[in-house]
Design a binder for this molecule. Structure first.
Ligand SMILES: CCCCC/C=C\C/C=C\C/C=C\CC/C=C/C(=O)SCCNC(=O)CCNC(=O)[C@H](O)C(C)(C)COP(=O)(O)OP(=O)(O)OC[C@H]1O[C@@H](n2cnc3c(N)ncnc32)[C@H](O)[C@@H]1OP(=O)(O)O
Ligand SMILES: Cc1cc2nc3c(=O)[nH]c(=O)nc-3n(C[C@H](O)[C@H](O)[C@H](O)COP(=O)(O)OP(=O)(O)OC[C@H]3O[C@@H](n4cnc5c(N)ncnc54)[C@H](O)[C@@H]3O)c2cc1C
Length: 609
C-alpha cells in the first residue's frame, strides 16, 4: 500500500475496533486489549494510552467532568504533544510558550522558534481534534516552567486546522513498517488563544488575577503519563520478544542444514549449540520480561494508590523502575528481534517472515517514552542518591533493599564450587546483588573524587549507565526467582520455567562477564562452571522449546509469519507468498522492452561486429 492507503486502512481498522468495543459486551481489559491490538500503532492507541490518562492525571475534577465524557465517547480525538523539534529528552527545555493574558482571561500559545514546533506526537498530523500540549507557563513576565494544557486543534465541523495553528505530518519513518500508518505530526502556534480553564490545573494553578499557585506535590507528577506508558512498554517488550522467538524457534525446528549421514536426513538447526546459545536466552528473556512486567504493573498500581493518598514515598522507586526496565527490556527486545531474523537465515529477511515488520514497528520503543540512555541515567541518579544515604540510618527499601547489606555484599566471595550450584537461587541472587552494588559503589567513590558533582556525573556517564543496567538486570532475575517460588500450575511447567530462569541469569553472567570479574563478584573458574551449567540447561530446554513458544498461544494471523506457522508447512507457503508478489504478475517484467532488450541487442550487435 502507498502511505496514504496504509494510513486510511488504519483509520478503517481503528473505527472498526471502536465499533466492536461499543457493540461487544467487553470487560475493560478486553476493551483495552482490543484498542491496542486492532490499532497498533495508531491514533486510537495514543488517544487511550496518553491523551486520556494525561487528563485523568493532571486535570481538576471539573476538567475531568468536562473533557473525559467527550474523550470516552471519542467525540474528540486527542494526542500527547510534548516533544518539539529541538527538545524531546529535555522536557524542561521545551520552548512553546503559554502566556497568561489577564485582560482576556486566556493563555496565548505561541511557537517562538522553529525548534519550538511540536514534532513527533502520534496522531497529531492528521487525525487529532485536540491535544494535551506541554508549554512554558508565563504569567506577569515570569516563566514557571513546563505545564500541560488541553487545546482544540481543528474545526469540529470540517476538521480544518483552527486559525493560528499550522499542522501536518512529519513524513515517512523507518522501514516500510506499520508505524507509517501513524500520523506523527508537527504543530506550530501563532499567538493562539485558549481559555484559562484549559490549563490542566490539578497540580499547579493560575488564578483569574493571573497569580501562579505552584504545586504542593512533586512537580514530577506532571510526568505521570510517561511513567504509566513506560510501565506498559515492559509488558509490550515481552510480547514482541515472544513473537520473534516463536517464529525463530518454530523455524529452527523445521529448518535442516548439513549433518546427513550417508544421504540420510539433515540436522535440525535447533540442535546446533550455537543456535541454542543465541535462541534460548531470548526465549528465557520473553518469559523473564513477562514476569517482571507483571510485577511492575503491581508496583505502578501501588504507587498510584499511594499518590491518591498523597503518599509520595515510593515515587522515586516507581520512576527508577519504570524508566530502567523500559530502557533495558526495549533494548534487549530490539536486539532480540534482529537476532531472531538472523537465526532464520536468508528467509528471515523476507517480509513474509514477519520479522522485518516486527523489527520496524518495534525499534522506536528504544526512543519513545524516553531515550533509553537518558532513562538509565535517571536510574543512575537514583542509585547514587541511595548509596549516598547508606549509613545514614535510612535503610534502603524496595528494589534497593540489597544495598542495605552493603557491608556483606562488598566483601563476600561467591561460594559456587560446582556447576549445579548455579541452580541455587540464593547463590545466583547474591552474585547479581554483589555485582550491582559494587558497580554502584565504585561509581559513587569515583564521583566523590570530583569537587563538582554535576561535572563528575557528566564525566562518569558511561559507567553510571552500566551500573544502572546491572541494577535493572538484578530486578529481572529476582522477580523471575520470586515467580518460581509462587504457585505455578501445569505438570512439569515449573521445571521448565526454572530452566529458563537460570538460562536468563547465566547468559547475563556470560554476556557481562567483565562486570562480574572486575568487581570480583565471581572468579573465572566460577564463570566456567556457569557456562557448563548453561550448556546443560540448553540440552534440558531443547525437547520443550517448541512447546514453550506454542504456550504463548499466538495465532498464525497475529504472528504474520510464514516461517513461524503452527503447522511448520514453510516451504510450500514461501512459494505461495512469493507468487503473490506483483512482480510475478507477468513472466516478462515491465521495463524489459525499454531497458533490458536494447542492452542485450546492443551486446549481440557488437558481438556480431
Ligand atoms: C509488537 C509491536 C509493538 C508496537 C508498539 C506497541 C505498543 C507500544 C506501547 C506504547 C507506545 C506508546 C507510546 C508511543 C508514543 C510515544 C510517546 C512519547 O514519546 S511521549 C514523550 C516521551 N518523552 C520523554 O520520555 C521525555 C524524557 N525526559 C524526561 O522524562 C525528563 O526530561 C527527565 C529526563 C526525567 C528529566 O526531567 P527533569 O524535570 O529535568 O528532572 P531531573 O532530571 O532534574 O530530576 C529532578 C528530580 O525529579 C525526579 N524525576 C524525574 N522524572 C520523574 C518522574 N517521571 N517521576 C518521578 N520523579 C521523577 C528525578 O528522579 C529527580 O529526583 P531527585 O531530585 O534526584 O530526587
Ligand atoms: C515513533 C515515535 C513516536 C513518538 N511519539 C511521541 C508522542 O506521541 N508524543 C511526544 O511528545 N513525543 C513522541 N515521540 C518523541 C520521543 O518521545 C522523543 O524522540 C524521545 O523522548 C527522545 O528524545 P529526543 O528525540 O530529543 O532524543 P535526544 O535526547 O536528542 O537523543 C539523541 C542522543 O542524545 C543522547 N542524550 C540526550 N541527552 C543526554 C544526556 N543528558 N546525557 C547523555 N546522553 C544524552 C541520547 O542518549 C541519544 O543518544 C515519539 C518518537 C518516536 C520515535
Amino acid at each position: 500500500m502507498t502511505r496514504k492507503e496504509l494510513f486510511k486502512n488504519t483509520l478503517r481498522k481503528s473505527v472498526h475496533a471502536w465499533k466492536l468495543i461499543n457493540e461487544l459486551p467487553l470487560s475493560d481489559d478486553e476493551s483495552l486489549m482490543l484498542r491496542h491490538f486492532m490499532d497498533q500503532p495508531g491514533f486510537l492507541d495514543l488517544h487511550w494510552r496518553m491523551f486520556v490518562p494525561a487528563i485523568k492525571g493532571q486535570g481538576t475534577e471539573e476538567q475531568k467532568q468536562k473533557w473525559l465524557p467527550l474523550a470516552n465517547k471519542m467525540q474528540i480525538i486527542g494526542c500527547y504533544a510534548q516533544t518539539e523539534l529541538g527538545h524531546g529528552s529535555n522536557v524542561q527545555g521545551l520552548e512553546t510558550t503559554a502566556t497568561f493574558d489577564p485582560q482576556t482571561d486566556q493563555f496565548i500559545l505561541h511557537s517562538p522558534t522553529q525548534t519550538s514546533s511540536k514534532w513527533w506526537p502520534g496522531g497529531l498530523g492528521k487525525v487529532s481534534t485536540h491535544a494535551v500540549i506541554y508549554a512554558r507557563l508565563i504569567t506577569d513576565g515570569k516563566d514557571h516552567g513546563v505545564h500541560g494544557f488541553i487545546v482544540q486543534l481543528r474545526n469540529m465541523d470540517d476538521h480544518s486546522p483552527l486559525p493560528g495553528i499550522t499542522i501536518g505530518d512529519i513524513g515517512v519513518k523507518f522501514g516500510n513498517g506499520a508505524y507509517n500508518s501513524m500520523d506523527n505530526g508537527f504543530l506550530m502556534f501563532d499567538k493562539f488563544c485558549i481559555p484559562r480553564d484549559q490549563m490542566l490545573m490539578r497540580l499547579s494553578k493560575v488564578t483569574r488575577e493571573g497569580k501562579y499557585v505552584p504545586s504542593d506535590v512533586p512537580r514530577q507528577l506532571m510526568y505521570g503519563t510517561m511513567v504509566s506508558v513506560r510501565q506498559t512498554i515492559v509488558s509490550n517488550a515481552s510480547i514482541a520478544m515472544a513473537r520473534a522467538v516463536c517464529i525463530a524457534t518454530r523455524y529452527s525446528a523445521v529448518r535442516r542444514q548439513f549433518g546427513s549421514q550417508n544421504g540420510g536426513i539433515e540436522t535440525q538447526v535447533i540442535d546446533y549449540k550455537t543456535q541454542q546459545n543465541r535462541l534460548f536466552p531470548l526465549l528465557a528473556s520473553a518469559y523473564a520480561f513477562r514476569f517482571v512486567g507483571e510485577w511492575l504493573k503491581w508496583l505502578y498500581t501501588d504507587v498510584t494508590q499511594r499518590l491518591e493518598a498523597s503518599d509520595f514515598a515510593t515515587l522515586p522507586e516507581a520512576h527508577a523502575c519504570t524508566a530502567g526496565l523500559k530502557s533495558m527490556t526495549t533494548s534487549a527486545t530490539s536486539d532480540g528481534i534482529e537476532e531472531c531474523r538472523k537465526l532464520c537465515g536468508g528467509h528471515g529477511y523476507l517480509w513474509c517472515s514477519g520479522l522485518p515488520e516486527l523489527f520496524a514497528v518495534y525499534v522506536p520503543a528504544c526512543t519513545y517514552e524516553g531515550d533509553n540512555v537518558v532513562l538509565q541515567l535517571q536510574v543512575a541518579r537514583f542509585l547514587m542518591k541511595t548509596v549516598s544515604q547508606l549509613g545514614s540510618g535510612k535503610a534502603p527499601a524496595g528494589t534497593t533493599a540489597y544495598m542495605g547489606r552493603a557491608k556483606h555484599l562488598l566483601q563476600c566471595r561467591s561460594s559456587i564450587r560446582k556447576a549445579e550450584d548455579w541452580l541455587n537461587p540464593a547463590m545466583v541472587l547474591e552474585t547479581f546483588e554483589a555485582r550491582a552494588l559494587r558497580m554502584a559503589v565504585s561509581c559513587a567513590n569515583n564521583l566523590s573524587k570530583f569537587e563538582n558533582q554535576e561535572q563528575g556525573f557528566s564525566e562518569l556517564l558511561a559507567d553510571l549507565v552500566e551500573a544502572a543496567i546491572a541494577h535493572c538486570q538484578l530486578i529481572v532475575v529476582s522477580k523471575f526467582i520470586v515467580k518460581l517460588e509462587g504457585e505455578i500450575k501445569g505438570k512439569g511447567v515449573k521445571n521448565q520455567l526454572k530452566n529458563l530462569c537460570y538460562i536468563y541469569a547465566l547468559h547475563l553472567i556470560h554476556k557481562h562477564l567483565g562486570d562480574f570479574l572486575s568487581t570480583n563478584s565471581i572468579t573465572s573458574e566460577q564463570a566456567s562452571l556457569a557456562n557448563h551449567q548453561l550448556r546443560s540447561l540448553y540440552t534440558q530446554v531443547r525437547p520443550n522449546a517448541v512447546a514453550l513458544v506454542d504456550a504463548f498461544d499466538y495465532t498464525d494471523h497475529y504472528l504474520g509469519s510464514v516461517l513461524g506457522r503452527y503447522d511448520g508447512n514453510v516451504y510450500p507457503k514461501l512459494f505461495e507468498e512469493a507468487l503473490k508478489d506483483p512482480l510475478n504478475d507477468t513472466v516478462v517484467p515491465d521495463g524489459y522492452h525499454e531497458y533490458i532488450r536494447p542492452l542485450i541487442k546492443q551486446h549481440l550487435r557488437s558481438a556480431r561486429l
